[in-house]
Design a protein around this ligand. Structure first.
Ligand code: CA
Length: 223
């Protein structure tokens, strides 16, 4: 599971990211609304955790402008007055927690939000017979299991979430390789060709496409 954490207190963000990582929730951290908007435009998330007092604006206003097909939002803020909680939920937050909050509870709320029916993200992503279970991480083609490494699976998940659309290579690299992880120019090509080989082993020969210099997409026919 991957979440976007929008929080300007970097100590708290680091602590929270570490605690959630231990519970198999990977966190990308944006410290301003501007940064969040750019992360959000290029990546898919299961949940957004939103602080309200941010250096470049108010989280409530940002929330009000998000598209309806956004992932569920958990507001995590020091603002705990009844009127503030009501405003947050009325603006569209799916849940609201007041700081200080225990990591255990934050993780439980995240799990609850992604379990709810009507959550926009399907648990099993599917395109042309190629499927990926976002929780178990199982990948299959027409029912035949495909064994992939963690990065390869994350790569496929990114593409399946936007099946048929080109996902820019910069966006893929930002997700697959951490900020302090050096990325060689052809690391992504090598990863893509490993995935393509695995797919072709089970007959998915025309699924993973490269748009040279731009990015990758999943699509095409099973034939
Ligand atoms: Ca803040």
């Amino acid at each position: 599971m991957r979440i976007l954490l929008i929080e300007d207190n970097s100590d708290f963000a680091a602590l929270l990211a570490e605690g959630l990582a231990k519970r198999n929730i990977s966190v990308e951290h944006a410290s301003s609304l501007l940064e969040a908007a750019s992360f959000f435009a290029n990546n898919a998330y299961d949940v957004i955790i939103l602080d309200l007092g941010l250096p470049d604006g108010d989280g409530i206003e940002w929330l009000g402008k998000l598209r309806p097909d956004r992932p569920p939002v958990l507001i995590l803020t020091a603002r705990g007055a009844l009127a503030e909680r009501v405003l947050g939920l009325d603006t569209g937050a799916d849940d609201y927690l007041v700081k200080p909050a225990e990591i255990e509870e934050i993780a439980a709320r995240i799990r609850a939000m992604t379990r709810r029916p009507g959550v926009r993200d399907a648990v099993v992503l599917d395109a042309g017979g190629l499927s990926l279970d976002t929780v178990s991480r199982h990948v299959a083609f027409d029912g035949a299991p495909i064994s992939l490494g963690r990065k390869e699976t994350d790569f496929l998940e990114l593409l399946l979430r936007r099946a048929g659309k080109v996902v820019p290579r910069e966006a893929i690299e930002a997700v697959l390789y951490g900020l302090d992880e050096p990325v060689t120019p052809n690391a992504l090509e090598a990863l893509a060709s490993r995935v393509r080989r695995r797919l072709s082993e089970v007959g998915a020969t025309d699924m993973l496409h490269t748009v040279r210099g731009v990015g990758y997409f999943i699509g095409g026919n099973k034939a």
